[in-house]
Ligand binder design. Structure first.
Ligand code: BGC
Length: 364
């Protein structure tokens, strides 16, 4: 009997060591799924997640879907099997990801939609996001501020229609640009649908979808370049000269900017962007891209981790608003964005500690 007790207590003692070792490793029952490694934006998120999690002493798995909704679902299923309690997921395709969210919900896992909203399902607990409508409005504000007189050439480009954000960005841009298209300040040179709808301040999702369908880049640099080149071929010299380009993110902006810069009939252009990608910050310093929108990924990452920890503690994250995803109103707390131009690039990007100055050349 004494021996059994001795063996049992030795086993319990060892088990205690094992348990505390696991606790020390700080493994958090949270899984993260990001859309693709092929766009710098999501590598930013991976790096910022790793930095924040390491600083907090947590160890969390980050998987990439590589633009494939089937792989995304398999990633989610493997994380569920590993016992996660919270899923942080940025969907490749907002509607296709509903099945993965449903699978997580069935397994009792809390679902946090990260940056992009998962659509057409009630299985989303929280949406961690920037104010994406404000991003589009910032593009509109920038272009309007730099235009004077009537008949300015406007070229519109949009993100992928499978991404709910493409609609939010477009909604924001349209809210500022539409009155200026209607009053003749701008003439849209590459979307007959936008010209047709110019009298309508508030577009339905379906109407936005029709314009986006004509000017989508699919978030793909090559598609953006081809589309810009085709638009430049279609338009006469009179529709060029000084042009205003609403480009949906930095990667596509650089591709579109290069195409416009190569056209002899384009004398000057203003072009928008977003994400503050290192390459675009360099373009801004060099005067090849006019602006970007800084969405401080550190803020998004911290909000996502805080939301996950709140759920793990049995609570719920803070909300200031909701976003309708076609099925339900999803609680969210959108965070602020910042327009970055040549004028404020040093203070916004380097002095703020977002990137070190060594990443860039020619910064004044
Ligand atoms: C994100 C952008 C990103 C784009 C392409 C959007 O959903 O909000 O930051 O540039 O997807 O990946």
């Amino acid at each position: 009997m004494k021996r059994i007790v001795a063996i049992l207590s030795a086993v319990l003692f060892l088990a205690g060591i094992v348990v505390s070792a696991v606790a020390q490793a700080g493994s958090l029952p949270v899984g993260i799924v990001l859309p693709t490694k092929d766009e710098p934006r999501w590598l930013q998120d991976e790096a910022r997640f790793k930095a924040a999690l390491t600083a907090a002493g947590y160890d969390v798995e980050i998987l990439f879907s590589q633009g494939d909704s089937a792989k995304e679902k398999a990633n989610v299923e493997s994380l569920i099997t590993k016992g996660i309690k919270v899923l942080i997921i940025c969907p490749q395709d907002g509607t296709a990801a509903a099945a993965a969210a449903d699978a997580a919900r069935r397994a009792g896992v809390k679902v946090i939609s990260y940056d992009r909203l998962i659509r057409e399902t009630a299985s989303v607990d929280y949406y961690v996001t920037f104010d994406s409508v404000a991003v589009g409005a910032a593009w509109g504000d920038y272009l309007v501020k730099n235009a004077s007189g009537k008949g300015n050439n406007l070229y519109l480009y949009a993100g992928a229609a499978s991404d709910n954000n493409a609609f939010l960005f477009f909604e924001g841009a349209w809210s500022v640009l539409q009155p200026k298209i209607a009053d003749g300040t701008f003439i849209v040179r590459n979307s007959a649908e936008a010209e047709r709808l110019m009298g309508k301040a508030k577009l339905s999702r379906e109407e936005m979808g029709r314009i986006i369908g004509q000017v989508t880049t699919d978030w793909n640099f090559a598609v953006a370049k081809n589309k810009a080149e085709a638009d430049l071929t279609k338009n006469k010299r009179a529709n060029k000269g000084t042009v205003y380009i609403c480009a949906p993110n930095d990667g596509t902006a650089r591709a579109i900017a290069d195409a416009f810069a190569a056209d002899r009939d384009v004398k000057k252009f203003f072009i928008t962007g977003q994400d503050a990608e290192v390459a675009s910050i360099q373009y801004i310093i060099n005067g090849k891209q006019s602006m970007t929108v800084l969405k401080d990924v550190r803020v998004l990452v911290n909000d996502a981790i805080a939301a996950a920890v709140a759920y793990l503690k049995g609570g719920a994250p803070a909300k200031t608003t909701t976003y309708n995803n076609g099925k339900a109103d999803i609680p969210a707390k959108p965070s602020a964005i910042l327009t970055v131009t040549k004028e404020n690039v040093k203070s916004a990007i380097v002095d703020s500690g977002y990137y070190p100055s060594s990443y860039f050349s020619g910064l004044q």
